[in-house]
Ligand binder design. Structure first.
Ligand code: NIG
Ligand code: FE
Length: 392
């Protein structure tokens, strides 16, 4: 006997993200749509008038529905906050990678219960904002035990965990960078690799250089982790070039790109992940997404949620800022926040609503997905469903 099926109806506008469905645009738009879900996966998508019958029904009363957001870059595994640092920045102080050390101190000092409660609070906030898949990184422990602890907590909540032992050199290794790299590539990776899918390095001013980055990525790859990279956030640099060269799934930030960087991304499967919350919160110039899109690069949008440079879990906020400040269209921004994020995580089962994919839905209190950018700051996500179950 087949599993119970549920039909979602009353979808005024459905974004499937599947160009083979609906209006033939990259959004795969269907008006007056229905979705049938079976065993947590999409079984059928199309116009409501041709929907097959199902065991149960959910009427969404004319809402727009989009694929649940895929937030492919966050740092949720921390304690404390840096509101005072943000306020100082807004009165003129510049952002530097050095602020990470204060969160490292707070994270090391936090007990396990506090650390886990903080992550769960942020994950619940993500769910309320329509996010159904998220990646999260270590990088605020920077000892073997603290990095492993962070990833063990992350693993409770997502399969997309990233080892970021190479976030910055912690203060106790300030005069011994090489020894810290040896620790990261040796005992720290040994302890962390079982809890991680990805290895990441902050390759930027005040963090790690090209040689150090390549060394850490190679060590992570040797233990079966897949590379991704922070690059070109605080200035021009080698991040994009290294990411493309090692076949990283994604290079994230991309705030300062040369023409060669754009050309390298355009000719590669590496996704350029833009993090508008970081430019917003560090009062930095926004990258021009059009430059990447015209060149043919793959683009994703993510929150970069962290207590220093981007303390938001809201993908809708990131969409709105990307549209206004990075020159994306509302359609491009939505696709970057769904299918783009899925590509950045090498996932084809999320970020799109087609048969076989996870039934992950963000139901909007709006007639169209365009409102995500048109009505900035308004909590438009009315319901979130993950694998066919309502999570918010
Ligand atoms: O992605 N760029 C590196 N790491 C974080 C910032 C972390 C912090 O300031 O605490 C980021 O922006
Ligand atoms: Fe980040």
């Amino acid at each position: 006997m087949s599993a119970a099926t549920t039909v979602f109806t009353g979808i005024g506008e459905l974004v499937t993200g599947d160009p083979a469905t609906g209006d033939g645009s990259p959004l795969g738009l269907v008006r007056d749509a229905a979705i049938v879900v079976e065993d947590g996966r999409v079984a059928w998508v199309g116009p409501a008038r041709s929907a097959p019958s199902a065991d149960a029904g959910v009427d969404l009363a004319g809402s727009a529905v989009v694929p649940g957001f895929v937030d492919s870059h966050s740092h949720l595994l921390f304690a404390g906050d840096r509101g005072a640092e943000f306020a100082a920045r807004m009165s003129g102080r510049p952002y530097t990678a050095g602020g990470i050390a204060s969160t490292v101190a707070a994270t090391r000092a936090a007990d396990d219960v506090t650390l886990e409660a903080n992550v769960r609070r942020l994950v619940a906030e993500m769910a309320r904002g329509g996010t159904t898949t998220f990646e999260t990184k270590s990088g605020y422990g920077l000892t073997v035990a603290d990095e492993a602890r962070a990833l063990a907590v992350g693993r409770l909540l997502t399969t997309e965990t990233t080892f970021l032992g190479a976030h910055v050199v912690p203060p106790e290794f300030a005069e011994r960078r090489d020894a810290y790299i040896d620790l990261v590539c040796g005992p720290m990776l040994q302890a962390c690799a079982p809890q991680a899918r990805w290895v990441d390095v902050f390759c930027d001013r005040g963090a790690f250089d090209e040689d150090e980055t390549r060394t850490v990525l190679a060590a992570g790859s040797g233990l079966g982790l897949l590379p991704r990279l922070h690059g070109n956030q605080l200035g021009p640099g080698p991040g994009v070039r290294v990411a493309v060269d090692v076949g990283a799934a994604s290079v994230d930030h991309c705030t300062h790109l040369s023409d060669d960087d754009v050309a390298a991304l355009a000719g590669s499967p590496t996704v350029a992940t833009l993090l508008p919350g970081a430019e917003f919160s560090t009062r930095a110039p926004y990258p021009d997404a059009r430059r990447l899109l015209y060149a043919g690069a793959h683009v994703a949008l993510a929150t970069d949620c962290n207590p220093g440079s981007s303390y938001t879990t809201s993908m809708a906020f990131c969409i709105a800022v990307a549209v206004r400040e990075m020159r994306m269209t509302p359609a491009e921004a939505l696709l970057a926040a769904t299918a783009g994020g899925a590509r950045a995580l090498r996932r084809d089962d999320v970020g799109v609503l087609r048969p076989g994919a996870e039934a992950d839905l963000a139901v909007l209190d709006a007639p169209s997905y365009v409102h995500l950018a048109y009505r900035p700051g308004v909590p438009l996500v009315r319901q979130t469903w993950r694998a066919g179950r309502r999570i918010a």
